[in-house]
Design a binder for this molecule. Structure first.
Ligand SMILES: Cc1cc2nc3c(=O)[nH]c(=O)nc-3n(C[C@H](O)[C@H](O)[C@H](O)COP(=O)(O)OP(=O)(O)OC[C@H]3O[C@@H](n4cnc5c(N)ncnc54)[C@H](O)[C@@H]3O)c2cc1C
Length: 415
C-alpha cells in the first residue's frame, strides 16, 4: 500500500534532496520504521541519524512469531534470525512447553537488514552523528548543521521525561553468549528456569540455543532494585551451564539491561510534545519491560498513514493501548508491592498454568483481552502477601527518581 506524502515536504539541507522521514536514533524503533516505510512507500526518502558508530546497539531481541502476524509479516519477517517451534518454562517445579514459535534477532543481523534495505530503497544512514535538538520538521546536529524533513520522529530510546515520576520494579539481566566444546543439551529456548538461588526478587535463567554449540545464557530477575553485578551473574550462569553437563566453553559476547516495570507514569504514546516511537514515546509493555511488539505496530502506523495525519494515527494507537497500559502497571503493583520477592515465582507459575497459548501470545504482544486480564488476576491468592505495603504504595509519592537508561546502561536510582 502506498499513499502520497504531504505536499509541504522540504528539501534536506545535507544532500540537497528531499527527505521525507527523519528518524532520530538508530535503534530498534528507527530500524523497524525504515523497513516498514521502504515496504509501504518505496518512493519515500528516509534518513536514520545515530550517535554511535553503528546501528542497533548490542541486543538480542526475542519475540513470538505471532507478533509478526498479518500486517507486519510482509516487511518484518527478514529480521527473524533464529527460529524455534516452541520454548519451555520451568517455574516452581512445573515444566511447560509453550507451543508458540519463538524468534530472535541480534543487533548485528538487524543492522545488516536495515543497511541492506537502505541501499535498495531510498534510505540513508548517518552514524557517528549526534542530534542536539529535535523539532517537528527539522533536527539540529551536534556540529550545528540543520536537516529539514517532512516529518521528524524521535526514537532516541528511554526519555529523561520520566525522571521524578517513576515507581515500580525492574526486569534486569546479564547475558553471556557462549561457544561450547560440546553440544548444548536443549534444542529449544528455555525462557524461564528458576532452578537457581532465589535472591533479589524472582530470579531465573534464560537460554537461547542459537546453534548446537552456541548459546545465550542470561541471569534474569524481576527485582525492586536496579543494581546488578556482572561477576555474580556470571557465577550463576557458570553453575547453570555446568549443571547441564557443559564444562568447556568461552564467552564470545555479553549484553545486559535494566528495563523499567513501572506502576505509574506515562501510557504508551501519551503526553508527547512531538512524534516519538520506541522507549522515547513510552511504547513498551510495562509488565515485561519489552518493546518489540509495540515497536512493530508503531512502525506499521507510521508507514501506512499520510505524514500530515501521523499525530492522529499515533494518538489512536495510544488510545488502543491505554487500558492495557494501566492494567500492566497494576500487575506490576501486585508483583512488586503486594507479593514478597521470595514468593513472586508463584505469579509466574500460575500465569503459565492458567493461560493457553493464544492468551500468552496476546499478553506478551500487548493485545490481551479483558477476559485474559480477568484470568490473569482472578484466582487463589499467592502466599506471602504484604497488603499494607501494597495499600501504602497508592499513597506513596514516587518512590524513586529515575535517570533513564541508555540501552545497555543500568538505571541509576539516586538515594
Ligand atoms: C540488552 C537488551 C535486550 C533486550 N531484549 C529485548 C527483547 O528480547 N525483546 C523486547 O521486546 N525488548 C527487549 N529489550 C527492550 C527494548 O526492546 C530495547 O531496549 C529496544 O532497543 C528499545 O528500542 P528503541 O528504539 O526505543 O531504543 P534503542 O534501541 O535504545 O535506540 C535508541 C538509539 O538512539 C540513539 N541515540 C540516543 N540519543 C541520540 C542522539 N542525541 N543523537 C543520535 N542518536 C541518539 C542511541 O545511541 C540508540 O542507538 C531489550 C533491552 C536491552 C537493553
Amino acid at each position: 500500500m502506498s499513499h502520497p506524502l504531504a505536499s509541504n515536504a522540504k528539501p534536506s539541507s545535507l544532500n540537497g534532496e528531499r527527505t521525507d522521514y527523519i528518524l532520530v536514533g538508530g535503534g530498534l524503533q528507527s530500524g523497524l520504521m525504515a523497513l516498514a516505510i521502504s515496504h509501504h512507500q518505496p518512493n519515500a526518502r528516509w534518513i536514520i541519524i545515530e550517535q554511535q558508530e553503528k546501528l542497533a546497539g548490542n541486543h538480542t531481541w526475542s519475540f513470538h512469531e505471532t507478533d509478526l502476524a498479518n500486517d507486519c509479516a510482509s516487511w518484518a519477517e527478514s529480521i527473524a534470525e533464529y527460529r524455534w517451534p516452541h520454548y519451555q518454562i520451568r517455574v516452581g517445579g512445573r515444566v511447560r512447553t509453550v507451543e508458540i514459535p519463538y524468534r530472535t534477532c541480534s543487533s548485528s543481523h538487524f543492522e545488516k537488514v536495515v543497511t541492506c534495505t537502505a541501499q535498495q530503497a531510498r534510505g540513508e544512514i548517518l552514524t557517528h552523528t549526534t542530534v542536539a535538538d529535535v523539532e517537528k520538521n527539522c533536527v539540529v546536529l551536534g556540529d550545528g548543521r540543520r536537516l529539514d524533513g517532512a516529518v521528524v520522529i524521535d526514537n532516541r530510546g528511554p526519555a529523561p521525561r520520566n525522571a521524578g515520576s517513576f515507581a515500580g520494579g525492574f526486569q534486569k539481566f546479564w547475558g553471556f553468549e557462549l561457544e561450547l566444546n560440546q553440544d548444548w543439551p536443549h534444542a529449544n529456548p528455555i525462557v524461564m528456569d528458576d532452578q537457581i538461588d532465589q535472591e533479589d526478587g524472582f530470579r531465573f535463567i534464560y537460554t537461547l540455543p542459537m546453534e548446537r554449540r552456541r548459546v545465550l545464557v542470561e541471569d534474569t530477575r524481576f527485582s525492586n532494585t536496579t543494581s546488578i553485578d556482572r561477576e555474580e551473574c556470571l557465577e550463576k550462569v557458570r553453575a547453570y551451564v555446568i549443571s547441564r553437563g557443559c564444562h568447556d566453553w568461552r564467552i564470545v559476547r555479553e549484553e545486559h539491561g535494566v528495563l523499567p516495570m513501572p506502576t505509574n507514569g506515562f501510557m504508551p504514546g501519551s503526553g508527547l510534545p512531538m512524534l516519538a516511537g520506541g522507549y522515547r514515546g513510552g511504547w513498551f509493555h510495562a509488565a515485561t519491560g519489552y518493546s518489540f511488539p509495540m515497536a512493530l505496530r508503531v512502525a506499521q502506523t507510521i508507514a501506512t498513514n499520510p505524514i500530515d495525519q501521523l499525530a492522529d494515527a499515533l494518538q489512536r494507537l495510544s488510545q488502543e493501548h491505554a487500558w492495557r497500559g494501566r492494567f500492566s502497571r497494576f500487575l506490576n503493583r501486585l508483583l512488586f508491592e503486594l507479593v514478597k520477592p521470595q514468593t513472586r515465582y508463584q505469579i509466574f507459575r500460575r500465569f503459565y498454568r492458567v493461560l493457553g497459548e493464544p492468551a500468552i501470545a496476546r499478553f506478551y504482544g500487548h493485545r490481551f483481552t479483558a477476559l485474559d486480564a480477568f484470568r490473569i488476576v482472578v484466582g487463589v491468592p499467592p502466599m506471602g502477601l504484604q497488603p499494607l505495603k501494597f495499600i501504602r504504595s497508592y499513597k506513596r509519592l514516587p518512590s524513586r527518581q529515575v535517570v533513564a537508561p541508555t540501552s545497555n546502561q543500568p538505571i541509576k536510582v539516586p538515594g
